[in-house]
Design a protein. Structure first.
Length: 375
């Protein structure tokens, strides 16, 4: 199904109008806002979970939350939509505070909202006072069951979205994962081993996730990986890997870096619920081209089977070449454009693109160029 994201004046983003679905690549020069684009939905998730103070802390504080090119009176606006439902957050910077208001729409009907000049909130026939918490969160407990059901997909999208970056490989190698009952991968990946154990031992719907990861590793590393098993010590879970041709297993500390990279990316993809979305920043790091291409095949199959949107911020020609037959799913962050991101098929003629490998065009700076300043 995908989703729609509109952003005005948030951090590095001046104006965003974006409707991704399936597996999509986001590329462009360093500093163009690729990671900020993906982190916008995480800001909304933190708002749902922790209130506005938690969301602002996640975004680096009020000093950096508003785009520097925005006029003083311009507001920050974030809109997340799925199907006929949408959730808009308005933010006005009044140092040292961020004044927030919200609107939740079900089709053409506003089912919840907040007066920007007060803490007064309405959720259909309910009136209440909210300080710092999300109106959307309150709406999901106060609205009639029929309304909640219609908004369930959008709320689930926002509350389960994860951006995976700065993964804690060293912690996994040296200390393993804390023993938890988690059923999704944390943003830093530290709970991966515990998560996999839970999936393997859990209900059939979760066991399927374990099999996706294990079988995916076999496909990414066909001459290396056979299986893994879990080891527990107190409140810690770690793993040992079984490799082809070796009589003894290899512990996590000694495992190849690329194997752990692929394991975490597969866990991230499998964590996304049906109809949800996940983002991975630079998934190519540490992987052989064969493993990258295989990972992309697995991601596309998963996206199609589970209606999951998978967003990949990348500089990799290998990743981009896997989009040669679907350049409309490549999006470019180029600061000179008024509205971002720009679909590659809007940037360049699709018939012309068909004659080239997208990775070669990116390497030659035909699109997403890192330009030198004029002398």
């Amino acid at each position: 199904m995908g989703f729609t994201l509109e952003v005005d004046n948030y951090r590095a983003l001046r104006k965003v109008r974006w409707s991704p679905s399936g597996v999509c690549a986001i590329t462009g020069p360093n500093g163009a806002g690729k990671t900020t684009l993906l982190s916008t939905i995480e800001f909304l998730r933190h708002f749902l979970e922790r209130g506005i103070q938690g969301a602002v802390e996640f975004s680096g504080g009020t000093a950096s939350i508003k785009n520097q090119q925005a006029a003083f009176k311009e507001r920050i606006q974030l809109m997340l939509g799925q199907g006929p439902c949408s959730w808009t957050v308005f933010a006005e910077l009044k140092p040292p505070l961020l004044q927030i208001s919200e609107q939740v729409w079900n089709g053409d009907e506003t089912v919840a909202g907040q007066n920007p000049d007060s803490n007064w909130v309405f959720v259909q026939e309910h009136e209440l006072t909210v300080t710092g918490d999300s109106v959307f969160s309150h709406a999901m407990s106060l609205l009639p069951a029929e309304q909640r059901e219609r908004l369930k997909g959008l709320h689930g999208l926002a509350s389960t979205f994860r951006l995976y970056q700065n993964l804690q490989f060293w912690s996994l190698r040296t200390t393993g994962s804390p023993a938890t009952a988690d059923l999704y991968l944390h943003s830093d990946g530290r709970n991966a081993f515990s998560l996999l154990r839970n999936w393997k031992a859990g209900r059939k719907e979760h066991e399927e996730r374990w099999l996706f990861v294990r079988d995916g590793l076999r496909e990414c590393f066909p001459e290396l990986f056979e299986d893994l098993e879990f080891l527990a010590a107190g409140q810690t879970v770690t793993v040992q890997f079984f490799f082809r041709g070796l009589r003894q297993p290899i512990d996590a500390y000694s495992a190849p870096h690329g194997l752990l990279v692929a394991l975490l990316h597969l866990c991230a993809i499998a964590s996304a619920p049906d109809g949800g979305a996940v983002a991975i920043d630079e998934p190519e790091n540490g992987l052989h081209p064969y493993a990258i291409r295989t990972l992309m095949e697995l991601a596309r199959a998963r996206a199609a089977a589970k209606d999951v949107t998978i967003l990949l911020a990348t500089h990799s020609p290998v990743v981009l070449n896997t989009f040669n037959t679907e350049p409309e799913r490549v999006y470019i962050m180029e600061p000179e454009h008024e509205v971002l991101p720009v679909a590659l098929t809007e940037h360049s003629d699709p018939e012309w693109l068909a004659h080239f490998s997208l990775g070669d065009l990116y390497s030659d700076q035909t699109f997403g160029a890192q330009r030198r300043p004029p002398p």
